[in-house]
Design a protein around this ligand. Structure first.
Ligand SMILES: [Cu+2]
Length: 350
């Protein structure tokens, strides 16, 4: 029954503990109003035909409904509304009260990404890893404008405000991947402000967490920086960083915003890059890949076309790892318009 109604109403999968409660209330409201409005509609049509005016001289008699009829019209709808309110209120209280012992994750929204920080642990951009079967509390704030954290499968949506913390919580019922969307229009990149919740089995989550701690501990300075989200994005990013060193990319590209022989990789992803032929291009995965395979296809304005091609030198997964590594290099700089060049003030200028 649940599954049938869910599909019939085009609702997404139910992946959190309160998805079921919310959907049940939703079915109840929808079905009641559906039945009632169908009843009203059919009665209207029937009355149109049955009580139509049959002659010019016909008048409509004044009808005085009885007290019982009047009462029924008031109290039946009212009791439905009160019942819905009572059920909704119970769910609202549950949804706004994180349970004791919930695991905390700090969420920072900014144009146009989600950053997640685990207390005393790793950071991540756009990927929130959580264990299944355990309540997770999100403490959220924004660095710029109002955003809204929305995971349809969890039936949670919570505004994220600058200068204030808001919170919400959920308990994922089973491992899977669910999209995070921004549900508050926040500028040109609103539609690409997407992330992902990866729900892991509790033991997988523990493994991941301890691998992150190892990653953090082995860093020379010991202190994670805003520039270094790489550990949290896992092996692909680590592999990409290693490959970029092995292949000599970092001889020409910096990761700290400074200009070398090639443009810096910091904040490269979704940068608006000016090309030599005057065009402007949004740096996405395809463009980054093309830059490795065919560097002369699109040459960045102000740079010499000296980058060698890496076609046949890198395998598919290696290219993907480098792309993920480049994507992970995001600074804390807040952008307001479309970006041209690093948002970061170059340490050594041109
Ligand atoms: Cu947003």
């Amino acid at each position: 029954m649940n599954e049938f109604l869910r599909r019939w109403l085009f609702l997404p999968e139910q992946a959190s503990t309160f998805a079921y409660d919310i959907d049940r209330l939703h079915y109840f409201v929808i079905l009641t109003t559906f039945v009632m409005s169908t009843g009203v509609g059919l009665t209207t049509i029937l009355f149109f035909i049955r009580y139509r005016r049959r002659s010019e001289a016909q008048t409509t008699p004044h009808i005085q409904p009885g007290l019982l009829m009047e009462g029924a019209f008031i109290f039946i709808p009212l009791s439905f509304f009160l019942l819905w309110w009572a059920i909704g209120y119970r769910i609202y209280v549950e949804q706004t009260t994180p349970p004791q012992g919930a695991m905390d994750v700090y969420v920072q929204a900014k144009k146009w990404m989600w950053k997640f920080a685990y207390p005393g642990g790793p950071n991540a951009v756009n990927v929130l890893r959580v264990p299944s079967g355990r309540p997770v509390r999100l403490l959220m704030t924004s660095r710029d404008v109002i955003h809204s954290f929305y995971v349809p499968e969890f039936r949670i949506k919570q505004d994220v405000l600058p200068g204030r913390y808001t919170e919400t919580w959920f308990e994922a019922v089973q491992p899977g991947r669910y999209q995070i969307l921004c549900a508050e229009y926040c500028g040109a990149g609103h539609s690409v402000m997407r992330g992902e919740v990866i729900v892991l089995k509790p033991e997988e989550y523990e493994d991941w967490l301890s691998s992150q701690h190892r990653g953090l501990a082995s860093r020379q300075d010991g202190q994670p920086t805003a520039l270094d989200f790489a550990p949290a994005l896992g092996n692909l990013v680590d592999q990409g960083r290693r490959l970029a060193q092995e292949q000599g990319c970092v001889k020409c590209h910096s990761i700290d915003g400074t200009r070398h022989i090639g443009p810096t990789w910091l904040d490269l992803y979704h940068r608006k890059e000016k090309l030599q032929d005057g065009r402007s291009i949004d740096v996405d995965e395809a463009y980054i890949t093309e830059s490795m395979m065919d560097p002369l296809a699109k040459v960045v304005a102000g740079f010499q076309p000296v980058m060698p091609s890496f076609e046949n030198k890198l395998a598919g997964p290696e290219v993907a790892a480098i792309v993920e590594y480049i994507k992970s290099l995001q600074s804390d700089a807040v952008r307001t318009g479309a970006s041209e060049g690093p948002a970061y003030a170059p340490v050594r200028g041109r």
